[in-house]
Structures are given as C-alpha cells and as structure tokens.
Design a protein around this ligand. Structure first.
Ligand code: MF3
Ligand code: CO
Ligand code: CO
Length: 272
C-alpha cells in the first residue's frame, strides 16, 4: 500500500468537505453549555449534517474488532481520551469536552475536532486551560512541519517535544491518518517520533494531525462500552484535530471555518 496523491479536483472536493466539518463544529459551539447532554449535541450534529446532504461517517462505523459505533460523532469528556460515545449525562460547568466530527460530503471525509470548555474559558481553572492550550499549540507545531521533503517523523517529534516539555504526555495507541474517500487510510501519523524518520511527504498527500495529550501519564485503557478510551490514571486528556493537504510549498488546512479557535501567535496562516 502506498499513500494516495490527490489531484487538484480531488483536493477541491476535500476543501468543501473539510469546510463543512469546521462549520459543523462552529454550529455546535453555542450549544455546549452546562446542563446539555452529549446525546443532545449528537442529535444536533446528526440533524445539521443530514439536513445539508452530508452523512456522518462515525454512525455505524465498524472497524475490525469493534461493534458498530452507535452515534454521529464522538464526545470525550475530561479523562476520556477519544471515542467517547454521547450519552444522557448533562455536562457540568468546568468540564472539558472534545467533539470529533467526520461528515462525508459528496463522498469525501472532513475529519476535525476541538476542545470546548463548558461554561466558557473562565469556567475552568488555569491548569485546565493550560492543557487545552498546549494541546492546540502542539497540533499547530505539527502542522507547521508539513512540506514536501519533510518526514512524518518530523511531525511527531515536534508535537512530542512540546507536549513533554510542558510536563504532559502523548498518547501512543492512536494516531492521525490518511483520509479522503476512505475514513481511515495510510499513512499513520504518529504524534511522537524522531526527525527525518518515516515517510517523506509529497504534494497531494492528505492526512489528519490529532494529538491526544494527557495531563498525567500516557497510559490509557478501554472503557466498558468497547469504544471510549480513558486515561489509566484518570488525569484529564485533551485533543484537537485538523485535516490537511501537503502543497508544493507547505500545507493547507482543509477543515477551516469562520468560528475555529484563533491561531496561536506563532502561526500566521492556515496555508503556506
Ligand atoms: N474521528 C475519529 C478520528 O479522528 C474517528 C472516530 S471513529 C468512531 O479518526 F467510530 F469512533 F467514530
Ligand atoms: Co481522525
Ligand atoms: Co476525528
């Protein structure tokens, strides 16, 4: 298997799909308030997605060894690392929740996730907002490595250095991935590693960068529902995700939207 190189027409399809994923995350933001259930957020996601002619890729997604995923998106709260299944428990002020959506638009997947602090930025103590900020910055440091001739290991290294430099840990068992007409394809994009190792990047490659960062130790375990992953030490975990394409000159983030979180100071543009 090798990594697909996408044509300009295919990349244009991915711009449309990626933008829709970003807009879906924008749409959900005002509903993430104390008292809302993740099931209600999932319902809003499903309704917004289908009413605009897209399809939620997570719904009934069944990779080998898994039961079909029962909801339209993932909601990972506090010590949940990823793949949290929406439920009827209300969110509380100060909870942190990652919402991960993957709408399929005209056959193309836009995969993106963000952290939301329930009750707003001031609702969480500084040690919580620091975890969220460092995770976001680490994703962007990874994105900034992307250009033709760079290697996948450069991305992982940049993320790992930054995260561990802040006293946090990087989850190893889950990684970014190629996407496009398939949900998950080659390459695997590790969020740790060594510069100059692994696949060399070429224009037209499309993949996600989606670091999962634990406030405590990196070890994880699977929750009882067969999907949700939690930190073994019950420390908080945060994640952000964008889908991007390698361009002739660097990168272009595809899952952009008007309401996405402000770029870190060290990032000047969503494309280079
Ligand atoms: N969106 C997730 C990712 O970033 C995958 C979720 S699979 C699901 O790759 F089945 F849990 F939805
Ligand atoms: Co992904
Ligand atoms: Co995702």
């Amino acid at each position: 298997m090798s990594i697909k190189i996408h044509t300009p027409e295919e990349i244009e399809h991915m711009r449309v799909a990626g933008r829709f994923a970003g807009e879906l995350l924008d749409y959900l933001a005002p509903f993430v308030v104390p008292g809302v259930t993740t099931n209600e957020l999932d319902r809003l996601c499903a309704e917004y997605t289908t009413s605009r002619g897209s399809v939620s890729a997570p719904l009934n997604y069944a990779p080998p060894g898994h039961t079909p995923y029962p909801k339209s998106m993932c909601t990972s709260v506090n010590h949940q690392v990823c793949h949290g299944i929406p439920n009827d428990k209300p969110l509380k002020k100060g909870d942190i929740v990652n919402i991960d959506v993957t709408p399929i638009t005209n056959g193309w997947h836009g995969d993106s996730s963000r952290m939301y602090i329930v009750g707003g930025e001031e609702a969480a103590p500084p040690f919580v907002s620091r975890l969220v900020r460092v995770t976001y910055e680490s994703m962007w440091l990874g994105i900034q490595q992307v250009k033709p001739g760079a290697h996948l290991g450069d991305i992982g290294h940049a993320i790992q250095q930054y995260v561990e430099g802040h006293g946090y840990s990087v989850v190893r068992e889950f990684c970014g991935h190629g996407t496009g007409q398939e949900f998950h394809t080659e390459p695997q994009v590790l969020h740790y590693g060594k510069p100059g190792t692994l696949e060399e990047l070429q224009p037209g490659m499309i993949f996600t960068i989606e670091p999962m960062v634990n406030a405590g130790r990196r070890e994880i375990k699977q929750g009882p529902d067969g999907w949700a992953i939690v930190t073994k030490d019950r420390s908080l975990s945060a994640q952000f995700e964008h889908t991007l394409v390698v361009t002739e000159t660097g990168y272009e983030v595809l899952t952009v939207s008007p309401g996405m979180p402000a770029l870190p100071d060290f990032v000047s543009s969503t494309k280079t």
